[in-house]
Design a protein around this ligand. Structure first.
Ligand code: KIV
Ligand code: NA
Length: 277
């Protein structure tokens, strides 16, 4: 199977095949996501939280994201890799936004970019698409607006925010986005919008009516204990497995079980005897 592109994702959508997407931030994890046959990876700015331990995503920087994106892109010969543009990388004008989008493609070799575009950023979406860089939109909850929203909350339960989800999704499609992420949006609303768009919608807390599903890998693996959103599913408790493993290692070191003979290098008696003299 060759690498996913905007064309193969569109073909999946035309055939009504469900698109699968996960986040990844490092080479070994991205390799497993790729090998599991997941269609797309988002190198999310959630990286600032789940990898770097910051309280929210606002501290992610271009340099941080480019470094993680490059590691992920090196692991993917099948999965399409999308870079999440961090806060401050698309707010200061079209040219700077274009330059930052280009950095992800030239330095990190990702296949596309995503950003938390509001109606103020539609021209920027168009400009990046015109450069030839595939763009994924993002509606509903914008975690970079955590301060303005007063917390990470579902968007679209009232008429005002529901209208915002609908109009932003349409504007993003018209601007040339090839897919749109629906984050923390009531399932009925996501499904209604999905049925009115021609491009695929990807749900993260947007319900089953979207064209695909996305989760943060650290949630899926049970590796991030600070906060698990209600829309996420912890498939495994890898964090617990790590904790148990590190405890066992400590125990074995203290009791002399590790290192065993097979973990040691041998040498000839002659060399040792010469040294002892
Ligand atoms: O940073 C991220 O992981 C994201 C998803 C939650 C959509 O933007
Ligand atoms: Na993000």
């Amino acid at each position: 199977m060759s690498k996913h592109t905007v064309k193969t994702i569109k073909a999946m959508h035309d055939k009504k095949e469900t698109i699968t997407m996960l986040t990844a931030y490092d080479f070994p994890t991205a390799k497993k996501v790729n090998d599991a046959g997941i269609d797309m990876i988002l190198v999310g700015d959630s990286c600032a939280m789940v990898v770097h331990g910051h309280p929210n995503t606002l501290t992610a920087t271009m340099d941080m994201m480019v470094l993680h994106c490059a590691a992920v892109a090196r692991a993917c010969d099948r999965t399409m890799v999308i870079a999440d543009m961090p806060f401050g990388s698309f707010q200061y004008g079209i040219e700077e936004t274009m330059r930052n989008a280009a950095r992800f493609v030239t330095e990190a070799k990702v296949d596309g970019v995503k950003f938390e575009a509001t109606p103020h950023h539609i021209e920027k979406t168009e400009a990046i698409v015109k450069m030839g860089i595939p763009v994924v939109g993002h509606v509903g909850l914008h975690p970079q607006a955590v301060g303005a929203l007063g917390g990470l909350k579902v968007q679209g339960k009232d008429i005002e925010t529901a209208r915002k989800v609908v109009s932003e999704a349409i504007a993003l499609q018209e601007a040339g986005a090839f897919a749109i992420i629906f984050e923390a949006v009531p399932a009925k609303l996501s499904e209604w919008v999905t049925n009115r768009l021609s491009i695929p919608t990807i749900s993260i807390g947007g319900g089953p009516g979207c064209s695909g599903q996305l989760l943060v890998t650290h949630d899926v693996l049970g590796m991030y204990d600070n906060f698990t959103p209600s829309f996420a599913k912890r498939y495994r408790e890898v964090g617990q497995l790590m904790l148990d493993t590190f405890k066992q290692y400590k125990e074995e070191v203290l009791t002399g079980v590790f290192p065993a003979k097979e973990n040691c290098y041998s040498m000839s008696d002659e060399v040792m005897e010469a040294i002892e003299k």
